[in-house]
Design a protein around this ligand. Sequence first.
Ligand code: 4AZ
Length: 244
Amino acid sequence: VVGGRPTTTAAHPWVVALVSPDRFGSGRAGQFCGGALVGPTKVLTAAHCMSDDVLGQGPDNVGDLHVIAGRDRLTGTGGRSVAVASYQVDPAYHASSNENDIAVLTLRTPLPASSAIEPAAPGDTAAAPGSAAQVLGWGDTTGRGDYASTLRTSPVTVLPDAQCEKAYPGGGSEARYAASSMLCAGDPHGGHDACQGDSGGPLVAQGRLIGLVSWGSGCGLADAPGVYARVTSDLPPVADAVGR
Ligand code: 4AZ
């Protein structure tokens, strides 16, 4: 998260870290993506977090993938670390276009609710442009590889789709912004944004989960907003995860 400030899981009890302890450096406890708890055993994250270069295995072979909940400083203690039993990538996900960048993780054991662990309610309608939102994560704080040791948050604004359509028209190697499954949010003046390592983590507005960090060009640039996977409760993978 670029341009933010430290925060706590007590203030945002549905934010979780995805860690693969054997695969990544100990300084970040193996953290490589974020996620959002939506039920005692269900976590939403970005489909691209489950890519072969991260896991290298199929949905029932999750290696040492764990979720850490209720812990602000990843290398600290407290909270819970739970193994992931399986995951399901949205069948509508397209790696080449980043469309429908959502996956559902099923945890091996339920996370007991506490002051710092509580499922989020997904948005029930599409988030309106102009809405004030917050992005959360343990990712890069500068765009130069300075990963956060403790959870951070930055304020961003939901932007009109036209702004991301203009910034990301497609062509070349960059994906095209597709409003049907993506949400555009950022800081029109630059400076506040998601960044590498925040992928899969929550974008929240009015206490509701409205997006998952997905992609973008650079971090915190005024003319390159962040792109999020849209989350609403009627989206099939979300409805499945929430159990309605
Ligand atoms: C990434 O590499 C990434 N500024 C995530 C979000 C954004 C840029 C990059 C948005 O995971």
